[in-house]
Design a binder for this molecule. Structure first.
Ligand SMILES: Nc1nc2c(ncn2[C@@H]2O[C@H](COP(=O)(O)OP(=O)(O)OP(=O)(O)O)[C@@H](O)[C@H]2O)c(=O)[nH]1
Length: 395
């Protein structure tokens, strides 16, 4: 027997993702998965960050007072006020943006701007406090950098880039320090920041790696629960669920549904002649043709078991459903898979029944009507379709 077909998720697990990137389709799906519910969290986090910043500003007043002592260097006090205000303005603008933005990607950029404003603003504040010889906590700078790694759904390299530019800002402060003692003190902080950066980056890498891995395992399990592994088509469970949903939708909206049931002709003889593995490949070919006819979002191609497959078409014109049924039968014969044991044709063929939804149908009755039409097509010679009572011989 052939190796089982692979789900895109298990394939990605095998290919690996050390660079924290999947193939384009999975990457887009992963991003969409990460975006779920993010905007609400962003809005709350942005407000919280603003509150924290206002507390920072308030602590300045507590330490310096409304009227600063005249012996304090006024220029440094001005710089401190400016730094607090600049950060506040950035945060206010970004917070407002996040509250009203409908785009997760752009809101994410605003969140990163908030993080950067808090971190560099805090760093500059401590830098000023040092010059003012006021009590301060240098470890705040390391905490600020750790805050830049708060998971907000952004990619790890964004956080890393942000942290590096934060450290660059602290290095600049170090270089611009007015005296050697302060420069040495700031250099010590830079070293602590670099060490913290390594730890934060490693933990952010593993966090994203494990999150991606969990996403792949979850996707794989979901894929296998709803699809037929060999052909990649939806399985019977998914088919039942989908048929029920589109029928209810169509009956409510007064729209049409066509159900096409397809069965490979003399497939037992095919297996006997060419072997089970070749039979599997033939089913995969039939499935790929069937899938190519499911073009609209609510269309569905499914493998119901063995060599029986189905196609659900949502809101087709009756003439279109009949055309699709005929085109499917013709397209499979046109693949010209040799079937020398078949009494019908020298190539693999299918028979097909196509029923159109009626007002009084329930899923079971609808299915049974399509099945009866399939049997009619089989009974009248195979390699043909029967559309609601109308027999159509193969072209
Ligand atoms: N290779 C392969 N064969 C399968 C698979 N599932 C079912 N089959 C075979 O499909 C065949 C179906 O045989 P039947 O139900 O007698 O139908 P048929 O030979 O196609 O005859 P008609 O439907 O009357 O034309 C059986 O031999 C099954 O073993 C599968 O996944 N792979």
């Amino acid at each position: 027997m052939d190796a089982p077909s692979q789900t895109p998720y298990s394939q990605q697990l095998r290919d690996g993702f050390r660079a924290l990137r999947f193939g384009p389709a999975l990457e887009a799906e992963y991003r969409a998965y990460c975006s779920q519910g993010l905007l609400t969290r962003f809005r709350l986090t942005a407000l919280l960050a603003l509150l924290v910043w206002l507390l920072f500003c308030a602590s300045d007043f507590l330490r310096i007072g409304w009227t600063p002592a005249p012996e304090l260097p006024q220029a440094v006090l001005e710089e401190l006020r400016l730094a607090r205000l600049l950060a506040l303005a950035t945060m206010l603008a970004a917070t407002l943006y996040v509250q009203f933005s409908g785009s997760v990607e752009r809101a994410q950029l605003a969140m990163l701007a908030i993080g950067y404003a808090v971190a560099t603003g805090a760093a500059y504040g401590i830098y000023c406090y040092k010059q003012l010889h006021l009590p301060h906590e240098s470890s705040m700078l390391v905490i600020a950098m750790m805050a830049l790694f708060i998971p907000i759904g952004a990619r790890m390299r964004w956080h890393l880039g942000l942290a590096l530019s934060y450290i660059a800002a602290v290095v600049l402060m170090t270089l611009l320090a007015p005296n050697k003692a302060l420069r040495i003190e700031m250099a010590g902080i830079v070293i602590a920041l670099l060490l913290a950066l390594v730890i934060c980056t490693l933990s952010a890498y593993w966090r994203e790696y494990l999150h991606r891995e969990q996403f792949l395992y979850r996707g794989d399990a979901q894929w296998l629960a709803l699809r037929d592994e060999m052909t990649g088509l939806s399985n019977r469970r998914m088919f039942n669920h989908h048929l029920d949903t589109v029928m209810r939708q169509a009956q409510r909206e007064g729209q049409r549904v066509a159900l096409l049931l397809l069965d490979v002709d003399h497939f037992k003889l095919y297996n006997d002649r060419y072997g089970h593995a070749a039979g599997d490949r033939a089913l995969q070919t039939v499935a790929a043709v069937l899938q190519s006819f499911a073009l609209r979002p609510l269309d569905l191609a499914a493998r119901l078991g063995g060599e029986e497959m189905a196609l659900v078409l949502y809101d087709p014109q009756p003439s279109h459903a009949a055309e699709v049924a005929q085109a499917l039968v013709d397209a499979i014969a046109a693949r010209r898979l040799p079937h020398e044991a078949s009494p019908v044709a020298p190539v693999l063929t299918v028979s097909l029944g196509c029923a159109l939804l009626r007002k009084d149908d329930n899923p079971d009755r609808f299915y049974r009507r399509a099945d009866a039409l399939l049997y009619q097509a089989k009974g009248s010679g195979r390699n043909r379709c029967c559309v609601d009572g109308v027999l159509r011989p193969a072209a």
